[in-house]
Structures are given as C-alpha cells and as structure tokens.
Design a binder for this molecule. Structure first.
Ligand code: ADP
Ligand code: MG
Length: 707
C-alpha cells in the first residue's frame, strides 16, 4: 500500500487535525520544513503516513543463537572494544566484539562518534545490539549496528515491531518514530471516524483510531506474515476507507445523475452519413456501435454517462467528434479534457481540421496564456463564442464558466478519477459525459471503478492500423539496432528511445534516460537533434520538448514511460526500449503504439538485458506474437499472478491503483456494496450518523480542482 497521503484531502474536510507539526515536541521550523519537503505538513499528514516496513524487535537473541540475516536484536558481553587505525591508509574503524557462550559477534563502524561508542567499549559491559548479522563459523559480523546498554527492564519494555518511514534527510528514524508516537497520543482522541459504525461492524474492521495506532505501532502479538506484506486488519481498514469513499462517490453520482432530467438533444437524422463525409472515411463496426450508443444516450433526457474502452489506435477521437457534432447542432458547448498539454493540442489540431459545416468553433485553453488573453478567452467561452473547448484539467478549474456546457469528454481516463468526473457535474447542469480510455481492466474491476457509467468497448482497429513489428534483441545484436536507428534518422524519420529510470540509478547496470540522451548526443549530434523528457521535469518543459518533437525539430526523443499516453507523431517510426522487462506488458503495448502511426509500419525493438531469465523473455514474447491490447493485458495480469515483479506498474485509476484493486478485489467488492446500500437507503446521507461522510462528499464535489 502506498502512503495514505492521497486520501487526505478528503479527510481534511472533517478533521480538526490540521495542526502544524511545530506543535509537536522537538519539531521546530527547520525540521518542520524538512518534513514539508516530503508533503508532511500537519499532524494529520503524519498520522496517515503509513510505514513502508517494520523492523522486528520483538525478541532478543543470545549471541550463540541469533539466526543469519536480520536485522535482529542481540545481547551479549563485550570482550574487546577499540578504535583501530590502518597504518597504510590512515583509515579508522571502531570494533567492538561481543561474546556468547560459544561464539562471538564482531560489530564494526566506519563512521561513528567515538565518545559515544567508547561508552560501550570496556570489557564486561553488557550490551544489546541491533543489526543484520553475517554468520561465519564461530563468529558473526555486523556493520553499523545500533548499540545500547543492556537493561532488562528497559529492553523488555521496548520490544516490538518498529515502523520504518520513508526516509527524510535530516530527520533520524528514531526522531520520526517518537514524533509519530507523540502525535498519536495527543491527537488520536480527536480523530473523527467517517465510516459508520454499522458498516465497520459488518466488515469486522477496527475503528480508524485503533487502525492508525496499530499501523504505526503494531502490537507484539501481531502476525508477522501479515505485517510483512502490510495486510493486517489495521492496514485493511485504511485501504477500505479509500475504496469506500471512491465507491460512495460513484454510487452517489450514479443515483443523482440517474434521477436528473436534462434537455434531450435532437440527433440529426442523417448523422452517420454526415460524419462519413466530414471525416472522409468509414467508421469501423465497433466505432459505429459506440457512436450509436453515444447518439442514443444524447437523445435521452437523462445525462449521458458513457465510458469507451478501446486500445491505442482503435480510433476513439472520432467518437468525440460525433458527440461534438450532435452537441453543437443543439447549441451546446463541449469541453474536451486531455491529461497533457500535448494531447490537448493534438485534439485541437484535429478539431481545427474538421470541415466548417460541422459548426464547430474550437479553442485551446492552456496554462501559459497571458492574463489579458486568458480573460478574453474566458469571456468568449462564457458568452458561447466557442463551442469546443479543449484543454487539460484546467477546464474543470474555477476560472472557466461555460455558457451552456452540454457535454464533457475526458480522454485517456486513467489520469482522471471519479472525483474529477464528479466535479465536472457541477460545471454545468450535470452535463453529458463521455470518457475514453485505453486501459483495459478486467470486467469485475471495471464494474466497481466505473460503476457509475455505461460502457462501450472497441476491439476493432481501422484497416490502416498496423501495430509495429516487434523484435526481441539480444545484447550482442545491439549494434544492428543502432545502425537501423541511424538509417531511419538519416532518411528523415523520427525515433524514440525509452529507458526505465530517469537518472543514473543505484543499480549500476540500468541504463537511464539521462545517460542515454547524453551518450546518444555524443555520437549523433549535431547531425541529429536529441531531446529528453522524463517525469521529474516540469509539465511545461515536457510540453515544450514534446511539441518540438511533434514539429520535427527534434529527431530522436529519449524518455521514460511518461511517453505512453496517446501522442501522435506520424514520422516516428522506430522505438527502442531498454530493459523492457522492467515494464508491464500492457504498458509496453501502449508505448509501442506511439510509432508507426503514419503510412509506414513502425518497428519496436525490445533490448533484452544481459542475463535476463528465460521466464522474462517468454513474457516479452507475448508482444512479438500478439497485437491485441486486450489480450495482452489479460496475459499481463495472468503472469503477474505468478510472482512476476518486474515492471509492475502502479497504474492509477484515478485515486486508486490497479494493483491494489487486483490484490484486494474482495475488499473492493464489499466497499462497493456497502456504499451502494448506504446511498440506496439514504440518498442524501441525511442521517446524522452519516454526517462526516456527507461532509466528505461535499468536499469532493464542490472542491475547486487544484491546478
Ligand atoms: P486512439 O484510440 O488511440 O485515440 P486515434 O483516435 O488517435 O486513436 O486514431 C488513430 C488514427 O486512426 C488516427 O490517425 C485516426 O484518424 C485514424 N482512424 C480512426 N478511425 C478510423 C477509421 N475508421 N478509418 C481509418 N482511419 C481511422
Ligand atoms: Mg487517443
């Protein structure tokens, strides 16, 4: 489970724990600002910062019986303790040797405070040491252990599982733990539990305060196996909250929209022929079916709420055009939200290219506009001069007022969650919504996560669509690919090189995007222009580079998986992916969908790493043999089940992560049925027992979107 900070904006609505950290003992402005750097600003943030793992300090071993590995607590008597200086190098170490009945444990420090260690160095001192042990015959070794005097009472009192938090430079783990402990003691009594007791009891989940206390400081009786994977009842309770709140919004939204009666659109009787003329091509059968679903939804009085799931390249954008056409014919405005600026511009170009008879007046809203320009555009949107408004989530922001928002289209759904959908409801009078995604998720999950929507699926590709030829390349064949790359660039084509990490990583053999870009620049510049994009760049810089690539001012783009979302660059024909085993299959499929979008068939080279296990190669072979995104993602899920940990993507579906949904689908199902039951019995959550939930829901629905 990831740190629970995500759920916090929700919780803040009902909690009085937005107290600054400086209220806590030993936390002054300096430490507070170090913590703020990691997003921990208030006591509430701290309480919801779930430990990333636990140290097992539940038991003290005698030197003779401590098992290999660890880290563990070991008790013994000091027989030797001294600082030692190597004559040759002048380097210093501190060595303390602790003895049991038959064997010894050698503790070694390279960096240390001498006066501190000297306190334990004299012969006969009883000490307790905490560290990972390398055992040899008759002798064990540990580097940089913690060391303390052995006092039976204190030691006994301190036994337990110790939480380990994400590290914050300048804040020691011990200080972090004691600060969390103090925050729990002082503030837990004030915590409001938003989940109604009846729900909690039915699911045998502990109260929120108890869950938080135990997630931070598990009791000694806590089952170690559950704790290791962070799946105790207490962890479950925190996860349940995230599921439950998301499902509650879905249930609420479904109910409130279902009951709405909006003005029904008139659908032009010859819309199908019209569209063929406008687009200049025939829709595929699946596109036609989805388009008819959409037309049918729009004709009804209750607002459309449709999700279109279709693989990369299946042609989802034209469906937005169909919807825009019908909406415009009825005098309504459409807002089209894309996850990135580059995609927004791509859609804008597409809409600009549509014939005038469609009566579409598109405008691109970007974050970069000058104040006067922005005001002018907003004014024109408010007056209805534009009827296709394209942008990123800025479109849901407070600054834009629509004259008559009849339709909202959200492209590449995975970056938007139910919260965004819910907020757009309030931008107009529950406008029609069309959501388009390329993330194929299993049906059972889809039902839960998109439970507030009707679904159309596109499985067919336009005839012209040919997924890139995909090849697994052995390390010794590297040069051949490089040759191909240079030839392609020389003939005026463009290419991508994808790496799994951004900068030189701790694992030395992993090629990073940064290094790759500079190495390629060394050999290929100035003949070819090399660009670099990755997730740590600001959105504006990413947009700039992407735009340059799209306009052909960059020939070769090096990047991370950031590139997976639907950018269309017709001249990009080659993609080289380094360490493909580190990506999920579905993700690789999305990535390769970026090439060969012009008239030529693209090529994708999966560069196998040295010494890659056979199973990983087998897994990647799926991509060579199969080009259907749905099939690939099903295989991906199957194979992950076999303990494949490479390239596991933390693919988000709005606020929730695919992996946690898969792992805990039962909890999700129960959260969903509880949420639905609650909304069925009390649609407005009027019962005072549901007060905190009501506040949370309101906070979500009315909260201005952070931009
Ligand atoms: P995606 O579903 O990945 O968003 P797009 O909407 O970007 O796919 O479409 C991919 C390409 O296929 C575009 O160039 C689009 O013009 C083209 N296309 C879409 N539908 C058809 C069709 N029915 N016949 C021919 N080309 C199509
Ligand atoms: Mg698209």
């Amino acid at each position: 489970m990831k740190a629970n900070l995500e759920a916090l904006p929700l919780m803040k609505g009902i909690q009085k724990l937005n107290t600054p950290l400086t209220r806590l003992e030993h936390i002054g402005p300096k430490r507070a600002s170090l913590m703020a750097g990691k997003g921990i600003r208030t006591v509430l943030d701290l309480l919801f910062l779930t430990p990333i793992r636990y140290e097992d300090r539940t038991c003290i071993y005698p030197v003779d019986r401590v098992p290999d590995g660890g880290p563990r607590l070991v008790k013994g008597t000091v027989v030797y303790g001294k600082e030692e200086i190597f004559r040759s190098s002048g380097k210093r170490i501190f060595r303390i040797v602790v003895k049991g009945a038959e064997s010894t444990l050698e503790c070694i420090w390279f960096n240390y405070r001498k006066p501190y260690l000297r306190r334990f160095a004299s012969k006969g001192t009883e000490v307790v040491v905490f560290g990972s042990i390398n055992k040899g015959p008759g002798k064990g070794q540990t580097y940089h252990p913690e060391i303390n005097h052995y006092d039976p009472e204190i030691c006994e009192a301190n036994l337990g599982f110790y939480p380990v938090y994400p590290s914050i430079p300048g804040i020691s783990p011990g200080l972090m733990r004691s600060t969390v402990g103090k925050a729990l003691n002082a503030y837990l009594p004030e915590l409001v539990d938003p989940v109604p007791e009846e729900v909690r009891k039915r699911l045998s989940l502990p109260p929120l305060a108890e869950a938080l206390r135990n997630v931070h400081f598990p009791s000694r009786q806590c089952p170690v196996d559950e704790l290791k994977i962070r799946k105790t009842a207490f962890h479950k309770r925190l996860l349940f909250d995230r599921f439950f709140l998301a499902m509650l919004i879905i249930a609420y939204r479904k109910r409130s929209r279902g009951g709405k009666k909006g003005p029904a659109f008139q659908v032009p009787s010859r819309w199908e022929e019209d569209m063929r003329g406008f687009l200049g091509f025939e829709l595929t059968n699946d596109q036609k079916m989805a388009a008819r679903d959409i037309a049918e939804d729009l004709r009804r009085a209750s607002p459309m709420n449709r999700l279109v799931i279709g693989d990369v390249g299946c042609g989802k954008t034209v469906l937005a055009a169909v919807a825009a056409y019908i909406c415009a014919k009825n005098g309504g405005q459409m807002a089209l939200m894309a996850p990135t600026q580059v995609l927004a511009r791509q859609h804008f170009d597409f809409f600009l290219g549509l014939p005038e008879e469609m009566d579409l007046r598109p405008i691109l809203v970007t974050g970069k506009l000058k104040e006067a320009e922005r005001r002018d555009i907003n004014e024109k949107i408010r007056k209805g001069c534009y009827n296709v408004i394209i942008g990123t989530h800025i479109l849901a922001g407070q600054s834009i007022t629509y004259s008559d928002l009849g339709l909202v289209v959200i492209d590449e759904q995975q970056r938007f969650g139910v919260k965004q959908r819910a907020r757009m409801d309030r931008k107009g009078d529950s406008p029609n919504q069309l959501v388009m995604t390329a993330t194929p998720i299993p049906r059972t999950l889809a039902l839960a996560v998109y439970g507030d929507m009707d679904v159309s699926v596109i499985r067919e590709y336009p005839a012209a669509h040919r997924p890139p030829l995909t090849e697994l390349v052995r390390p010794e064949k590297k040069r051949v690919v490089f040759q191909r790359l240079v030839e392609a660039l020389s003939s005026g084509q463009q290419a991508f090189v994808i790496c799994p990490v951004i900068e030189g990583s701790e694992e030395q053999d992993i090629k990073s995007a940064g290094d790759m870009a500079s190495r390629l620049a060394q050999v290929l510049s100035p003949r070819f222009r090399i660009g670099l994009v990755h997730g740590r760049m600001g959105q504006e810089d990413v947009d700039k580079v992407m735009a340059e690539f799209k306009e052909g001012r960059i020939d070769l783009l090096v990047g991370t998986s950031l590139l997976e979302v639907g950018v269309h660059v017709p001249k990009a024909q080659i993609m080289v992916i380094e360490h493909p085993e580190r990506f999920g299959l579905a993700q690789l499929h999305q990535l390769r969908g970026r090439v060969g979008r012009g008239d030529q068939r693209g090529s994708c080279f999966l560069m196998l790493s040295e010494g890659l296990p056979e199973v990983s190669r087998e897994r990647l072979k799926v991509l060579v043999e199969c080009s259907d995104g749905f099939e690939i993602s099903e295989k991906d899920l199957e194979m992950r089940g076999q303990g494949e940990f490479f390239g596991m993507r933390q693919s988000g579906i709005g606020e929730l992560e695919l992996q946690e949904l898969l792992d805990e689908s039962d909890l999700l199902r129960r959260a969903r049925s509880e949420a639905e039951g609650l909304i069925d019995s009390d649609p407005e959550l009027k019962n005072p027992l549901y007060g905190p939930l009501r506040v949370l829901l309101d906070a979500v629905l009315s909260k201005p979107v952070d931009i």
